[in-house]
Design a binder for this molecule. Structure first.
Ligand code: GLN
Length: 201
């Protein structure tokens, strides 16, 4: 069976994520077709979904205008995996502390949009992530800080005592950009777990 993946392509590192998904699938001997999502009607066919970084205010507005927001909610309600990175995490949260962001309420976390960015625009750090044997080279770019986490949210990684990777059911959110290194273990974790069984099946 060939898996269908979708990368929301209103903004962000779309081709990098698409490549990472293909390589992650390859590592698990899975065939995957990756679609770029700019319009409604594609998400319902996707087994797995990726919401990239960018600018959360813009992304959330476009998702709402196009009606893609409801499709993403349904995807998650159906138990299918979603990886949301950086601005994608902000959009997936329950509270972005910014009225301009229409949150999808998929991850019960409160985020501070540019918290890391104010300290330092961008940096790379080796990160211990639950489920990975070796540290992950995490690239943070104007990254959001997760400052409150609901009971149903599992913290997968922390930086400086704050959560930077979280999971709630089929949704994984990261403050950092896993697509900017050749390491595809976060994509593997989100979509294929440790085993060869994709979550999407
Ligand atoms: N700080 C940005 C926002 O608020 C996110 C930055 C990023 O995705 N690299 O949307």
């Amino acid at each position: 069976m060939t898996l269908t993946a979708g990368v929301v392509a209103v903004q962000g590192d779309v081709s990098e994520h698409a490549d990472a998904i293909r390589r992650a699938a390859d590592a698990h001997d899975e065939d995957v077709v990756v679609h770029e999502i700019r319009d409604a009607g594609i998400v319902p066919d996707c087994d797995l979904l990726l919401l990239p970084g960018g600018e959360s205010t813009t992304i959330s507005r476009l998702l709402r205008d196009e009606g893609i927001d409801e499709e993403i909610r349904q995807h998650v309600a159906d138990g299918k995996p979603l990886l949301a990175t950086c601005a994608g995490l902000i959009v997936s949260s329950t509270d972005a502390k910014d009225d301009r962001v229409a949150t999808l309420d998929l991850l019960d976390v409160t985020v501070d949009r540019n918290a890391f960015g104010r300290q330092k625009d961008s940096f790379e750090a080796p990160l211990d992530v639950d489920g990975l044997d070796e540290p992950f080279p995490a690239v943070f770019i104007r990254a959001p800080l997760i400052d409150e986490v609901g009971d149903d949210v599992e913290v997968l990684a922390e930086w400086d005592g704050k959560p930077v990777a979280v999971q709630q059911g089929p949704v994984i959110g990261t403050s950092f950009h896993p697509e900017l290194t050749p390491d595809v273990r976060i994509h593997r974790l989100a979509f294929f777990k440790e085993s060869a069984e994709p979550l999407a099946r």
